[in-house]
Each structure stands twice: as C-alpha cells, then as structure tokens.
Design a protein around this ligand. Structure first.
Ligand code: CTP
Length: 403
C-alpha cells in the first residue's frame, strides 16, 4: 500500500512515555510510502534515542533550532511539509502551540507552517482533564488543528484512565483522511452566523438565549479548511478560526445589517445563529430600579433576517437555515424551508440528549428541495459541519444543473 506516496510528513515527538510508540508510527508511515522527517524535543530524547528514529525515518532526527545545516530550519521544515503530526503531544507542547510560543524547533515549526497539523495528545488522566489543557485543545481545534483524542487504558505507573496515545492505526487513518480532504469549497464566498442575539432591556439587562455558537464556529472552521473564503458574523467571543474574517454583533438588527451587507456578494449564506424573535420596544438608558416596581416591558418582532434574504436571493446563491425545534422536527423544519425560500435547512431537536445549544455534539436532519432528506446521527459539531457542507456542495450542484 502506498497511500502516502511522496507525501512529506514532519513527525514531531515530544517528551512523554508514549514517545516509544512514535517509533512504530514512523515505521508505519514509511511503509505507507511517506517521506518522514522526525523532529524531537529535548525531553523526547529522555524516552527514546534519536538513533532509533533516524534509522527508521527518511532522514536523521532534527532537534535544535541552532545546530541544523539550514539557517532557518523551522521555516524550512514548515514550508516543505505536506502535513505535520505531533505524536505524542505533551501538555507543554499543546500549551506552547496554543499560545504561539516558539520555544524549540518543534513548536517553532508548528507556528511557522501553513500545512495541516494533526496533534495526538498523551498524558496522565488528571493532566488531560485539567481545564488549562482542555482549553488549549479547544483553541487549537478552533484554529483548524486536527486532534486525535487519547484513548482510555493503562497508563504509565499502572493507572487506568483517559490519556493513552491513540493507536498508530488510528493516527495513520487520520493523516490519510486529512491529506485527502478536498478543497471543494475553493473560491466560494461563504457567510456564516453564530451565537444567540442579545436584545437590551436597559443599560445592564438583555433578553438572550442559550446558543453557544459552537455549531456556527465549527461550520466556519471547516468551510475555511475546505478552501472557502469565510465571513463569520457572531455574537459570541470565541477564538477566531484560522483564515476566517470575524464580525462581532450583538442584537438582531446589528446581525441583519452585517449579514445583509456580506450576503450581497456571497455564494452561500448559512444562518446558524439563534436570532431573537422579539425585542423590547424601548431600551432604558439607565438601569431599571427594583424600587420602581415590576417593569412593563413591551416587545416587538425583530426582522426575520433569513426570510428577507430568501425574498431577494440573487441567482446562484445558496441559502441555508437552521431550525431549532422541540417537537414535530421535520414538519416544522419543512414549513420553514418553504416559508423562508431556503435551499437547505438543518433541523435539530434541541430537547434531545447531547443535541444543540451548548453541547459539543449535535444530531440533525438535512432537508432540501434539491436532494433527499438525510439524517446525521449524534456526532461532534465539526463532523456535523462536514455533513452540512457536503450537502451545500450537492445542493449547489443541483442548483447549477437546473439553471
Ligand atoms: N432567523 C432569522 N431571523 C430571525 C429569526 C430566525 O434569520 N429573526 C433564522 C435563524 O437563524 C434560523 C432560521 O431563521 O436559521 C430558523 O430559526 P428558528 O428560531 O428555528 O425559527 P423561527 O423562524 O424563529 O420560528 P420559531 O421561533 O417560531 O420556531
């Protein structure tokens, strides 16, 4: 098998007990036809000898920013790699990569590259579950880094728990998947909205909803990875995904203004945001005081951004809506699909376990006049994002056929 023939892989090895497994990973990558360039941190040398890795890889181990024949080894390694894989990735390397600190050749190479990066963390359970490590993982994921999560099993010292390096087979499969990932959205201008709008009542209070923005961010991240030019219009302040232009808004009206402007030249608009349907007619300048009694807050409807876009949709544009439902999922979503003149609707039952607002996972039904209905079972929001974008590609194909 030569699934990785002529692919240049920088294999980063950092200092954890799982470093010994990088030797087997290296051998498997070479067997698959890859040209493997090993980079070890100083701590990795405490676990395995560079001679072992050099003997199995396609060239000798690189370790230092200073002793290499090349004057700028990190940029040279980063620029020539088709992919960079870090296995195992310790908590220190994750932290350095997430904060942009180029403390050694491996972290400098990670920061100096535009190639896709696969990171395979391995550490003790307590370290893996620490909020600092999890937040670094979240930051890296939102920047488009591919994470191969550790498995649960026996760890150094005999403990059993989450943190064991994923199997070499799983890591190879992810490398093959990432390298094969198509740039099928190249050249497309995609507008994505994320988060819940906040409608002010007075100087300090708002009417809000439970949307976390995670699904919208996942769509923006994956769309950019698949080559699209992405504008993300958001109410939440998460890390800006790599290659995405972010516009921060708060209210439904601000979101409408930003979306209307961006949609003029967009090929695809994906409204993943949870837009308030009603807002207070007036917003008090000062904080309403308790002593003044129960306030009489009069509401008025907000503009329906998506319905407005549907009414004046330019030829060739693909309009995607979300339907957050708690009952009669398909019936309600189908009604919205036609009422708002959409090309695709992503329906989710937000009352189901692990689905919708706040969760890292989602389960959806995709409905469109241009393709048969498709159910996507509970999966990470990035996997759902791929499914939504796959459907966008299919729908656009049908739209073009019927022009
Ligand atoms: N939407 C919008 N502007 C609004 C309300 C909703 O653009 N003022 C968009 C949402 O971003 C979503 C779709 O319309 O893509 C459906 O939103 P949803 O809240 O599910 O439905 P509503 O149309 O608001 O109807 P209801 O709340 O009665 O279910």
């Amino acid at each position: 098998m030569s699934q990785l023939a002529s692919r240049r892989i920088v294999l980063g090895v950092s200092g954890g007990i799982a470093a010994y497994k990088s030797v087997e990973l290296c051998r498997q990558l070479v067997d698959l036809g890859a040209h493997v360039v090993p980079v070890m941190t100083a701590d990795a040398h405490r676990f395995i000898g560079p001679v072992t890795l050099s003997a199995l890889a396609s060239e000798p181990v690189h370790t230092s920013l200073w002793d290499d024949a090349s004057a700028i080894p990190h940029t040279q390694l980063g620029q020539t790699a088709d992919i960079i894989v870090v296995a195992p990735a310790t908590a220190r390397v994750l932290s350095a990569y997430a904060t942009g600190s180029s403390e050694d050749l491996l972290t400098a190479t990670l920061i100096a590259t535009r190639a896709p990066v696969v990171v395979c963390p391995a550490m003790h359970t307590e370290m893996w579950e620490h909020p600092a490590v999890q937040s670094n993982i979240e930051i890296l994921r939102s920047r488009g880094v591919h994470i191969v999560e550790p498995e649960t099993g026996r760890l150094a010292g005999g403990d059993i728990g989450a943190g064991r390096l994923a199997s070499t087979e799983k890591i190879c499969a992810e490398i093959i998947r990432v390298l094969g990932m198509s740039h099928d959205l190249l050249g497309l201008d995609i507008v994505v909205t994320a988060g819940g709008t906040r409608e002010p009542i007075d100087a300090v209070r708002v009417i809000a909803n439970r949307s976390s923005g995670k699904q919208g961010y996942a769509i923006a991240t994956i769309a950019a990875q698949r080559g699209a030019h992405v504008t993300l219009i958001t109410t939440v302040d998460r890390v800006v995904p790599s290659g995405v232009t972010q516009v921060q808004v708060e209210t439904a009206q601000q979101m409408k203004d930003a979306v209307d402007a961006a949609a003029l030249s967009a090929d695809v608009v994906i409204m993943a945001a949870a837009v308030a349907d009603f807002r207070p007619v007036v917003c008090a300048d000062q904080k309403l005081k308790k002593a003044d009694g129960v306030p009489n807050i009069v509401l008025e409807p907000t503009p329906d951004i998506l319905a407005g876009l549907g009414q004046r949709k330019p030829l060739g544009q693909t309009l995607v809506g979300f339907a957050a439902e708690t009952d009669s999922l398909v019936a309600h979503a189908t009604a919205k699909l036609s009422a708002k003149c959409l090309d695709l609707i992503v329906a989710n039952d937000v009352s189901a376990e692990g689905v919708g607002f706040g969760h890292d996972t989602n389960a959806v039904v995709l409905l469109s006049p241009h393709m048969p209905a498709m159910t996507v079972a509970l999966a990470d929001k990035h996997a759902i994002a791929h499914a939504v974008l796959d459907s966008v590609v299919k729908v656009r194909h049908q739209q073009q056929e019927s022009k």
